[in-house]
Design a protein around this ligand. Structure first.
Ligand code: SF4
Length: 214
């Protein structure tokens, strides 16, 4: 079952989808909306206003959440997390390639977190290696079962190619135990009817010395 965090959940280091619980902890929380607009959406060359906004953001305890919120929701204008839109541009551009294993681990722990393209790919590959079936991956990624099946098939090919490139030996199928048919034992006669085997008579040598003959 997925755990969906909401705006009423306590703030954590890893924000879930739709989680706005960090906002009341921001230094700017409670500001008049017009003042907030004027402060955090200055003109690009209004250095004095930008410096004032950065001064507010500096000690803010939720700067990281604020920045992630802007990145994950593609908010490219204004100051978020203490960074101007120009300073955030490389972060926006590189976001699909961000690979934060804390998010991957959080996903497998049932958290409903934002995943970048790179993190989602790792999740799919791990799901394949863990033996997840399409009907398990589909609700976790909120996609159709058919889509999940296609993704797992692609992951299987990727893992196979990677193992072949790295020379990882393929797992052998466990050797099946073959059951050897037991040969039927010859029927033995009951003791009462068994006849003792006749020993072949040993001829006594004609020249055996007297007294030593058996
Ligand atoms: S980092 Fe700045 S914009 Fe973001 S919540 Fe804090 S004070 Fe507000």
């Amino acid at each position: 079952m997925r755990h969906i965090t909401t705006h009423t959940s306590p703030a954590t280091g890893l924000r879930g989808i739709g989680d706005t619980s960090w906002q009341p902890h921001g230094v700017c929380h409670g500001m008049d909306p017009e003042d907030a607009d004027a402060t955090f959406f200055p003109l690009p060359r209004d250095h004095e206003a930008i410096a004032d906004a950065k001064e507010l953001c500096g000690p803010c305890p939720v700067r990281r959440d604020c920045l992630n919120y802007a990145l994950e929701n593609d908010l490219k204008e204004g100051i978020w997390g203490g960074l101007t839109e120009a300073e955030r541009r490389p972060w926006h551009d590189g976001l699909p390639r961000r690979l934060d294993y804390r998010r991957v681990a959080a996903f497998f722990n049932g958290r409903d977190v934002h995943l970048t393209d790179a993190e989602r790919q790792v999740v799919i590959d791990h799901a394949y290696v863990r033996g997840w079936r399409p009907d398990r991956l589909a609700p976790a990624l909120q996609i159709s079962t058919k889509h999940a099946r296609d993704l797992l098939r692609q992951a299987a090919n990727r893992v196979f190619d990677r193992d072949r490139t790295l020379g990882v030996p393929r797992r052998k199928n466990p050797v099946k135990k073959t059951t050897v048919a037991r040969r039927p034992r010859p029927a033995t006669a009951p003791p009462s009817t068994q006849q003792p085997l006749a020993r072949p008579a040993t001829p006594t040598p004609a020249h055996a010395p007297v007294g030593k003959a058996a």
